[in-house]
Design a protein around this ligand. Structure first.
Ligand code: AMP
Length: 453
């Protein structure tokens, strides 16, 4: 299968070939013909599957094919709604890149930056608008945006959009769009809420589902490193230095935890920066750019801030703290081993997180190999403690309360969605031989005491 065989124009094929794509990914092979035909689409696909090109390429083609000569200012014809700023910026960058041999223009519309340059930009031609819902509504309120000529609407990462509390914003936006239009909805998961949204939005949609990443994670080597909560930073530094990891994306549960860890790593002579919703957009963009070019060895991120980070062949993802929501584990490790390259996802797990680990293994239907680093064996006398507001006591730096919102969502985003149940009893630590390699699994009866399995 080639991109030309899917009916894409020479200009588009040239742009994707230059980007290094030799053949369409499964989501692209299925979605492109549907979108080109003008029909609605409901697609189950996660980040990492190539879904962005799956909708962008045929949209570029359709807008080019049906371009009408316009007098005066051309209207905005396609709207792509995206939950987070980073992802919006990346999608728009892809639109520009894939469309570089076409005459179409695009714009990113996100919060966290001054609105005035966006108002200025809207005075010139924009064919494709890539926006986060909050800022888009700000523009509508200020009457600086006209969406009355939208022909194609994309809701990307719809499940995440709902998780972040954007449903009311989305409904407001849908209400002002022209009725006659093509709708494309992408979501990694299909809750009843998503099904309701799809029912109200889509007209006889084609349905496509590509394998979830948690079913196709063979390219990602996953490992669990047991460690006491107070020694995680020490172990992380050890792993980075010992294995000479040069580009590591590290996840923490909270903004405060991210800041603190980045500071500590810097003290250990490991260049690190934190990105999260409290940082300015400029600081986040700069950190991401430095990380991408390899200047910055470690990027510490919270889940929302890291959504959509697209770094080709990112070799290492580390869960410094396990996520409260199991699906976030899949999203996190999906940052590595992308589009055919191999990656390693390491989780530093302390006794408080056994229940979270258990939930993740249930979701992904696989047991993650355990590696015990010599000298970091958990102390069996340490008891599990509840994880309150995302923070383990040991990593909280004495702050009891820490907001979890990432500053991008509107309503609903700030709350922890689940709270880890404390595990009682310290249980014996894993008995793996300290080989530094993934240990052979102990029989289930042995495991149950140690890792919440
Ligand atoms: P996405 O799921 O859209 O975030 O894309 C994930 C990654 O796959 C991005 O780094 C894309 O540049 C890359 N990608 C998309 N399509 C292809 C393709 N056909 N061949 C190789 N890489 C691709």
């Amino acid at each position: 299968m080639t991109f030309s065989a899917l009916g894409l124009s020479d200009e588009i094929v040239r742009a994707v070939t230059e980007r290094g794509y030799t053949e369409p990914t499964p989501i692209q092979a299925q979605a492109i013909p549907v979108v080109l035909s003008g029909g609605d689409l409901l697609a189950g696909a996660q980040t990492g599957t190539g879904k962005t090109a799956g909708f962008t390429l045929p949209i570029l083609q359709r807008l080019t094919a049906s371009a009408k000569p316009v007098t005066g200012k051309a209207p905005i014809r396609a709207l792509v709604l995206i939950p987070t700023r980073e992802l919006a910026a990346q999608v728009e960058e892809s639109v520009r890149d894939y469309g570089k041999y076409l005459k179409l223009t695009s714009m990113t519309m996100i919060g966290g930056v001054n609105i005035n340059p966006q108002i200025q930009r809207l005075k010139s031609r924009v064919d494709i608008l890539v926006a986060t819902p909050g800022r888009l509504l700000d523009h509508l309120q200020q009457k600086t945006l006209d969406l009355s000529h939208i022909e194609i609407l994309v809701l990307d990462e719809a499940d995440r959009m709902l998780d972040m509390g954007f449903i009311r914003d989305i409904k407001k936006i849908l209400a002002i769009l022209p009725r006659q239009r093509q709708n494309l909805l992408f979501s990694a998961t299909f809750s009843d809420e998503i099904k309701n949204l799809a029912d109200g939005l889509l007209n006889k949609p084609a349905m496509i589902e590509v394998a979830r990443r948690n079913a196709t994670a063979e390219l990602i080597t996953q490992k669990i490193y047991p460690v006491d909560r107070e020694r995680k930073r020490e172990l992380l530094t050890h792993l980075i230095k010992e294995h000479n990891w040069h580009q590591v994306l590290v996840f923490t549960r909270t903004k405060h935890g991210a800041n603190k860890l980045a500071e500590q790593l810097n003290k250990d002579d490991i260049p690190a920066l934190a990105i999260h919703g409290n940082k300015s957009q400029a600081a986040r963009t700069r950190a991401l750019a430095e990380f991408k070019t390899g200047k910055l060895q470690v990027l510490v991120a919270t889940d929302i801030a890291a959504r959509g980070i697209d770094i080709i062949e990112l070799p290492h993802v580390v869960n410094f703290e396990m996520p409260n929501v199991s699906e976030d584990y899949v999203h996190r490790i999906g940052r590595t081993g992308r589009a055919g390259s191999e990656g390693e996802a390491s989780s530093l797990v302390c006794i408080d997180e056994h229940k979270l680990l258990h939930d993740i293994e249930r979701l992904t239907k696989r047991e993650i190999p355990v590696v015990q680093v010599p000298g970091f064996e958990p102390d069996p006398r340490i008891k599990a403690e509840p994880i309150l507001n995302g923070q383990n006591r040991g990593q909280g730096g004495g702050r009891k309360q820490q907001g979890q919102g990432q500053g991008q969502g509107r309503g609903g985003q700030g709350q922890a969605r689940t709270r880890a149940a404390p595990r009682t009893g310290s249980g014996p630590s894993r008995t793996n031989a300290a080989t530094g390699k993934p240990a052979a699994r102990a029989p289930a009866s042995h495991r149950s005491g140690g890792y919440g399995r």
